[in-house]
Design a protein around this ligand. Sequence first.
Ligand code: C5P
Length: 222
Amino acid sequence: MNNRADVPVIAIDGPGGSGKGTISTRLAEHLGWHFLDSGALYRLTALAVMKAGLPLDDEAALGAAADGLNIRFETGKGGVKALLDGEDVSTRLRGEEVGIIASKIAATPAVRAALVKRQRRFRKLPGLVADGRDMGTVIFPDANLKIYLTASAEIRAQRRYKQLKEKGESVNLSRLLGEIKARDLRDQSRSIAPLKPADDAVMIDSTLLSIEEVLKQVINMV
Ligand code: C5P
């Protein structure tokens, strides 16, 4: 078995809506590397917590839920499917409510501790592109390249608005902006693994850039 430390990692961190999900997926495809969507693990934990009706202030119960997650990712023609207890929850996972609960439970130390090993297991040859909030700071501090992708809250809200509209959901732009700002604040101000760039991260502001432009910059760095 290879030593995990020998497997290259590219860490892409930043707030929701900065484009890091798309950039990370496309980069992993381009390189033929594995991909870790760490936000999906927090969202799956949130769904498990909601399903079990656990109170969000019961740290031990939340930690146990994260530890005992029964999940699977299946890659098929339509992309990656996420299964919780054998049920396909890919669509539900992306909903706003699940994102909000995910960000609340992500501030719980026992939840974060339970997910560390699960995330590190994704580090396999030929390499890993890891997308999240603390990939470069906590989970893979020895990553070969760390990128911190950001964009103004206004543009992130507009992007999210467009995505939801295209899916036929009824949304309100100013409410979305408020939720994005509240989530940023929660992610940045938690005491454990807060959202912040690693000291050695390359900063990219995508406010005025297209996905293609950002991807080109990242590929040049790789
Ligand atoms: O990226 P995504 O919106 O799917 O993440 C949902 C929530 O999970 C984030 O708001 C954040 O609170 C949490 N998260 C985290 N650390 C990560 C990835 C996600 O705390 N590495």
